[in-house]
Design a protein around this ligand. Structure first.
Ligand code: AMP
Ligand code: MG
Length: 543
């Protein structure tokens, strides 16, 4: 597609566009922006739609800094124009990616970037290559029945959650900016025949690559093995350069090492989700990053009351496929689909792929054990007895509704050294805030019993109580993006008040710090109003 005649050759923010993806990989030869099947190509060139009155709601200082954008530049007119899709310069090469995927366990064929348009890829001063992608920037050949747009509520959620996850230490795509477009977007939030106009918005997402398992799945589903090979070789040369041999075709040992790394990073990502209580909500294979990053923040949610069966996604309410406790096995299932996709590169000898897949339970299990041991304040995982303690904790946390974040944060305050001398009520006092209802005497007794076993275990490691507390607080966040917190910021944007988004971003930049001034508002259980409110406990895929 042609750029507008009067667009400048060079972007005004001084970014260095390198555009390796579009430079090196096969492009769609049809440049019309019409919805269709696109074969033999990794992407289609497409221009972002113009927006009528873009306004910056918030931006991330750290992401701007990675890109070499100053705070002064971020406050400029050019910034808001560029990241709302109105200013496309000659050094960019905007495109939408072509990919497929399994949705809710079924092969869905071609999906693709239906409402994401990358402006291109830039070389950064210290952080390698990063792709800048506008989510909600209008239709692409992959928009199917959608409009290519995004609404404010889901964009606030994506913007805040990507940054919150980063500061929690969870691998994730990042978010540079959140803008309102000035245009309205029609949505039927609960697919119940009650559509309404909502504010349109665009998030500029940032990642080394937005490649998904589904990019590798689509080619073999169409018998396009040469294209699959081209994409795999390119991925290894660019994003897995530490594995690559030479500039050309990679041998099967390298491809195997690459797949092993994807298995490992995927397992690590899910371990981190489980630690912070994050439920992705739509772990379709088109939403699984090849870099093991959390990607595509849609109807995600955070566990408040600990419940392994919980999912925020009403679209998945029937089967609860993507519930919190199922995420580790779904990641494994998704890796099997990726292995199937790249199997044609191995001719008939898929043994190395199978061996790599078989490492998943161990990768996940050892990551989980180490993570749980750290959370509970142990110096390291010590075997079966520790596993028993973890399992018993899972049971006790479900006896009555118990806030997961408050429990783990306050566990560090339980007096382990004197656990045997305290009565039940005194022993459990630091974690009583985590209970949504008053415990019965038997619940209190079961919790106290667990705490005494924990205390025996934790005091085996010769650390002072203060050392242990500091270590536990470094892995048990005090502040996560509780579903209702995002909703409060969304309500304020709806009323023209953008400050709530930046305030939450600021809070979530330091999730492990005490920040006593925010305790009353945000280190607290879900308020009653949020229990059944749309956007808080229930989210659909509509966004
Ligand atoms: P998701 O599960 O939200 O990641 O989206 C699944 C597929 O639907 C992807 O191919 C998206 O690009 C596409 N999609 C979602 N919403 C829209 C929309 N409003 N317009 C066009 N495509 C969309
Ligand atoms: Mg997606």
């Amino acid at each position: 597609m042609e750029q507008p005649q009067d667009s400048p050759a060079i972007n005004p923010l001084g970014l260095t566009f390198t555009n390796r993806f579009t430079r090196d990989l096969p492009a769609d030869t049809n440049n019309e922006n019409l919805r269709r099947e696109v074969s033999g190509a990794c992407f289609s060139r497409v221009q972002p739609a113009a927006t009528s009155g873009p306004r910056l709601v918030a931006y991330s200082h750290e992401v701007a800094e990675m890109l070499g954008i100053t705070d002064e530049q971020a406050a400029s007119k050019e910034f808001v124009q560029m990241f709302s899709g109105n200013l496309v310069t000659g050094d960019m090469d905007p495109f939408a990616m072509c990919y497929g995927g399994h949705q809710f366990g079924n092969w869905a064929g071609q999906l693709g970037d239906g409402r994401a348009i990358a402006l291109g890829e830039v070389a950064t001063p210290n952080d390698g290559h990063l792709t800048l992608q506008l989510k909600g920037s209008g239709p692409t050949p992959y928009s199917r029945r959608g409009d290519g747009l995004a609404v404010m509520r889901s964009s606030v959620r994506e913007f805040l959650c990507s940054e919150a996850m980063f500061h929690l230490g969870v691998p994730t795509t990042r978010a540079l900016s959140l803008t309102l477009t000035g245009d309205m977007v029609m949505r039927d939030m609960f697919y119940d025949g009650n559509p309404g106009d909502e504010l349109g918005a665009i998030v500029c997402r940032v990642a080394p690559s937005f490649l998904r398992f589904g990019n590798y799945q689509l080619f073999p589903s169409r018998g396009e093995i040469d294209e699959l090979k081209t994409l795999v070789d390119w991925t290894i040369r660019t994003d897995f350069a530490h594995l690559a041999q030479g500039d050309g075709e990679q041998n099967l040992a390298v491809v195997t090492a690459w797949f092993e790394e994807v298995v490992r990073t995927t397992a690590e990502m899910v371990v981190q989700w489980m630690r912070v209580g994050f439920v992705h909500g739509v772990m379709n294979t088109d939403n699984m990053s090849i870099l093991g990053l959390t990607i595509d923040y849609g109807p995600y949610g955070w566990l408040e009351g600990f419940d392994p069966d919980w999912t925020p996604n009403t679209t998945d309410a029937g089967g609860r496929r993507y519930r919190y406790g199922n995420q580790p096995s779904i990641a494994h299932w998704n890796l099997v689909q990726l292995a199937n996709a790249i199997a044609p590169l191995f001719d008939d000898d898929i043994e190395p792929l199978q061996a790599a897949l078989d490492t998943y339970p161990n990768e996940f299990g050892s990551g989980w054990n180490a993570m749980m041991a750290e959370r509970l304040g142990f110096l390291g995982f010590a075997g079966d007895a520790d596993n028993e303690l973890f399992g018993e904790l899972g049971r006790v946390l479900q006896l009555i509704e118990t806030d997961m974040t408050i429990f783990h944060r306050n566990l560090a305050l339980v007096d382990a050294e004197n656990a045997d001398d305290l009565d039940d009520a005194d022993l459990v006092r630091p974690i009583a805030d985590a209970w949504y209802v008053d415990p019965t005497p038997s619940v209190e007794a079961e919790m106290a019993t667990w705490l005494r076993t924990w205390a025996d275990r934790v005091t085996v490691d010769k650390r002072t109580a203060i050392e242990r507390q500091l270590a536990m607080h470094a892995v048990n966040p005090k502040y996560v993006l509780r579903n209702w917190m995002a909703q409060l910021a969304i309500d304020r944007v709806d009323n023209g008040d953008f400050a709530g988004v930046s305030e939450l971003l600021e809070l979530l930049r330091n999730p492990y710090d005490d920040q006593p001034e925010h305790e009353a508002a945000f280190f607290t259980k879900r308020p009653e109003w949020a229990r059944e409110r749309a956007g808080c406990s229930m989210l659909s895929c509509s966004s």
